[in-house]
Design a protein around this ligand. Structure first.
Ligand code: FAD
Length: 391
């Protein structure tokens, strides 16, 4: 159909409602005109394009419906396809968006009370305030539930936070950073909103990354950082609350993997028809067609899995193991697929200007963030056997 991505072989995007499709077309136009032309240069320079933020505000992507507006909740298919389309243009831009809308807004939505939601969500939804999500710590990410060392101590109407966080996306410039910390008195895991400029909050950019170079990740130090009780998320009092957010955002990461696969496939297909060797386009060789068809199979199979997962999410029968399987499976297929695309481009596959190299590098971060393949496997393994194998 018109407006479909060439790699969407089974026309899954036809399943969007008409209004949703308009949203995706608006997004696609923004990505084509504003994002695609600048990503290679920003990736090479390790620079975040702050000039895009007002554009995101104008797009009105509605990943959240203001309860006062009477608008319906956006479907999970729409949210997924937004993540896919963003990643298809650039995985760092998708990560910026996913951290802000999925992790940070998702936390306020899941764990904030009505007052906290009114205070922060409309400004976040309009990109007037950008959010970050601080869970991972320098000594480890996989064992973050058991090993969380950042502390919170109640002092009258305030809390005093101490500790360190690592890898926190958007945190170098975010207006609001969610910080997960352990209450020294009760040992419970609590969530706090730390606002920009709060004394004792220090964020420094992680330099020289070899993946997702456009998105900014921070090392955070919390040094007697005081936040008011009103900034403690009212409905977060154990790691189970954190896990509820990750259940949702991990499916978003699986959608990102599908976006990367479609992009890599489309670039490879274009190259196969243009590049000539032995007097003919390389796409005429059976071994090259084999690469293309394997890529298409990976992308199409993973996309189908995600469409069904979105239905389970909409129906409210979606569990941790469902998103864990999708995250593990789609990112493995993604890694394989970008490797084949790079192979098909020969030497040009490692040149940034041919785009595939950026996806190959970025895929490595997506493969590991929001829980590695091993951790997702242990979540699914525990669900299917009834036997936990984490330790
Ligand atoms: P480790 O936990 O040290 O793992 C190292 C290896 O050991 C992995 O292969 C792992 O699978 C394996 N392993 C660990 N335990 C087991 C086990 N029981 N069985 C088998 N294997 C095991 N975090 C945030 O809070 N907010 C963010 O915004 C954020 N953004 C990120 C952006 C990027 C680009 C990256 C790279 C990371 C980001 N993270 C963020 C952190 C991310 O979620 C962690 O890196 C991830 O969960 C893995 O943790 P780790 O890096 O500490 O690896």
């Amino acid at each position: 159909g018109p407006g479909l991505l060439p790699g969407d072989f089974y026309a899954y995007e036809d399943l969007l409602a008409p209004g949703e499709r308009e949203t995706v077309e608006r997004l696609r136009e923004f990505l084509r005109s504003e994002v695609a032309p600048i990503v290679t240069d920003h990736w090479a320079r390790d620079a975040f394009p702050f000039q895009l933020i007002p554009g995101f505000a104008n797009l009105g992507l509605n990943t959240w419906a203001d309860p006062d507006s009477g608008d319906p909740e956006p479907s999970n298919l729409l949210k997924g396809i937004i993540a896919l389309e963003l990643t298809h243009a650039d995985a760092s831009i998708a990560t910026f968006f996913g951290v802000h809308t999925g992790l940070a807004m998702g936390t306020v939505l899941a764990c904030g009370d009505a007052e906290q939601q009114r205070r922060w969500l409309p400004a976040m939804s309009g990109f007037e305030k950008v959010g970050a999500f601080g869970l991972t710590e320098p000594h480890g990410g996989s064992d973050v539930a058991g090993g969380l060392q950042t502390t919170a101590r109640r002092d009258g109407d305030e809390w005093i936070l101490n500790g360190a966080k690592r890898w926190i996306g958007n945190a170098t410039f975010a207006d609001l950073v969610v910080i997960w910390a352990r209450d020294v008195d009760t040992d419970r895991v609590l969530g706090f909103i730390v606002e920009k400029g709060t004394p004792g909050f220090h964020a420094s950019k992680i330099e020289r990354k070899m993946a997702l170079r456009i998105v900014q990740n921070a090392d955070i130090v919390l040094d007697d950082c005081r936040v008011p009780e009103a900034n403690r998320l009212a409905h977060a009092d154990s790691f189970k609350d954190t896990a509820k957010i990750l259940r949702q955002t991990r499916s978003g990461v699986a959608w990102e993997a599908v976006g990367i696969m479609l992009a890599a496939y489309e670039i490879a297909l274009g190259y196969a028809t243009e590049r000539e060797q032995f007097g003919r386009p390389i796409g005429k060789f059976q071994l090259v067609q084999d690469l293309l068809v394997k890529m298409l199979g990976n992308a199409t199979g993973s996309f189908g899995m995600m469409v069904r997962l979105a239905q389970l999410q909409d129906a409210g029968v979606f569990k941790d193991e469902h998103s864990a399987l999708a995250k593990a499976y789609c990112t493995v297929r993604m890694r394989e697929t970008v490797g084949w695309a790079r192979e098909l481009l020969g030497g040009n596959g490692i040149v940034l200007d041919y785009n595939v190299g950026r996806f190959v590098a970025d895929a490595e971060a997506i493969y590991s963030y929001e829980g590695t393949r091993e951790i997702q496997t242990l979540i699914v393994g525990r669900a299917v056997t009834g036997l936990g194998a984490f330790v």
